[in-house]
Design a protein around this ligand. Structure first.
Ligand SMILES: Cc1cc2nc3c(=O)[nH]c(=O)nc-3n(C[C@H](O)[C@H](O)[C@H](O)COP(=O)(O)OP(=O)(O)OC[C@H]3O[C@@H](n4cnc5c(N)ncnc54)[C@H](O)[C@@H]3O)c2cc1C
Length: 411
């Protein structure tokens, strides 16, 4: 029996997760990533409930805990730049929280020895034949794979090649985000500060590296396509958007020219009627991007396990497996998108009155009743997909479960 091959596009969160589970299912996996190396940037991402079972089964929970942000309180400033209220760290940080860049590195390192990673390249065309997909690349020679997984994020190249141009699937949520690191001139220590002016916001936090501040910017921006601009133009645009912002923002922006981990994008959702077409399937943001608050990272990782599990359960029949995968993921993705739709009102209120209203809502998060309701809502999104073990393909007849073979000692 020849080993089946899978091309995964994207070495973010969903891609390496897929490499992990597909390899366990007996596939030979190649990951192609457009960036020259795993991308380091991004704010903190958190995991809750069912998602922790997945991390344990992957053998990465302990390592994630070693890198967790362990964040304390967030101070929310008023329009005058003075502390208005504090929100407990537990409101945002879930059961375990890690910087996205640390997570991407851990997942890459965990899969690098059994996965062929090709950096600095991208898919340019996909042609399905009776028994495979012929793939051409920007730089590499054409190759044929049994299956192709598009895990290349909100601006997915695989989605464009197989399903059509991005505008048909992307809904702009009307604001943008940017993230980069700066020197910790505020002396924060496992705490964060949030400041808003109408249509603009900044969150700064210090996590594990006391010398560094993680700067997150949000800004009202309808229809601006940041990802099509080069890094120089993105920096200039951010500097312009925040030029006359108060508080410590001018000082924070001084670090922008030298920041090598700048991430800028408009905030969007992705909606598609189907996530697979023949031998090509989409995963993570490429399929169901929800925006902030949509549990996108946890769901991308859970989705990778379901995808590989359904392929194993269907004995490699991708038509059956992709349909079952979509059946399990559709509802949790829809709940995530519902949560994500309202994120702009909270992160970047557009008037002073709306900022004050948002702060009143935040104040309620500190109370037991409203804090409980908020936790219930976020947990609901995270627990919308139950973690389920799948039969291992080589031992399904003995009833062995894929996740039952997890590395003891890693979880
Ligand atoms: C650098 C970075 C920083 C981020 N920061 C935040 C943040 O602060 N807040 C937030 O809510 N979300 C952020 N995200 C998005 C977040 O990671 C995802 O919403 C979530 O984790 C789901 O992961 P994903 O693997 O589906 O997508 P992503 O994590 O976006 O990963 C997609 C990967 O595919 C690569 N890629 C893109 N196009 C192609 C192509 N044509 N060919 C090959 N590779 C391609 C990208 O470089 C990236 O490595 C960030 C993403 C990146 C890449």
């Amino acid at each position: 029996m020849t080993t089946k091959t899978v091309l995964v596009s994207g070495a973010g969160i969903a891609g390496p997760s897929a490499a992990h589970w597909l390899r366990r299912g007996g596939y030979r996996v190649t990951v192609v990533e457009s960036a020259p190396a795993p991308r380091p940037g991004g704010q903190a991402v958190d995991f809750r409930g069912e998602q922790l079972k997945l991390l344990a089964a992957m053998g990465v929970l302990d390592e994630i805990r070693r890198h967790e942000t362990a964040m304390g309180e967030q101070t929310v400033l008023g329009l005058d730049g003075r502390p208005a209220l504090t929100v407990p760290g537990s409101a945002w940080s879930g059961e375990v929280e890690i910087l996205r860049g640390d997570l991407a590195r851990i997942l890459y390192e965990r899969t690098a020895d059994h996965t062929e990673y090709v950096f600095g390249d991208r898919v340019t065309s996909l042609t399905e034949t009776a028994d495979g997909v012929e793939v051409t690349f920007d730089h590499g020679a054409p190759r044929t794979f049994d299956l192709v997984v598009g895990a290349d994020g909100v601006h997915s190249g695989v989605r464009a090649a197989a399903f059509g141009p991005e505008p048909g699937f992307r809904t702009d949520l009307g604001y943008g985000i940017a993230g980069f690191t700066a020197p910790n001139h505020l002396g924060l220590d496992h705490t964060s500060i949030m400041y808003n002016e109408p249509g603009r916001g900044v969150t700064v936090g210090s996590h594990r590296r006391p010398d560094r501040l993680h700067v997150g910017l949000v800004f009202a921006a309808d229809g601006v396509e940041f990802q099509r601009r080069g890094p120089g133009e993105q920096r200039a645009l951010i500097a312009r958007l925040f030029a006359d912002t108060g508080w410590e923002v001018p000082k924070l922006l001084e670090a922008l020219p030298a920041a090598d981990d700048l991430y800028v994008d408009s905030v969007s959702q992705i909606h598609l009627g189907r996530w697979s077409k023949g031998r090509v399937v989409l995963l993570g943001d490429a399929a169901w991007c929800a925006g902030p608050g949509g549990s996108g990272t946890g769901l991308a990782m859970m989705g990778a396990q379901v995808l590989a599990g359904e392929l194993a359960a269907a004995g490699g029949d991708h038509v059956t497996a992709f349909a079952k995968y979509e059946e399990r993921l559709r509802k949790p993705a829809t709940i995530g998108q519902k949560n994500g739709r309202g994120s702009g009102n909270f992160l970047v209120p557009r008037t002073a009155a709306k900022i004050r209203g948002r702060n009143r809502a935040y104040r309620m998060l500190s109370t037991r009743v409203f804090g409980g309701i908020f936790t219930w809502m976020t947990d609901r999104a995270a627990n919308a997909l139950e973690y389920r073990e799948y039969p291992a393909p080589d031992s399904a007849h003995r009833g062995t479960r894929v996740a039952a073979r997890r590395e003891v000692g890693h979880s």
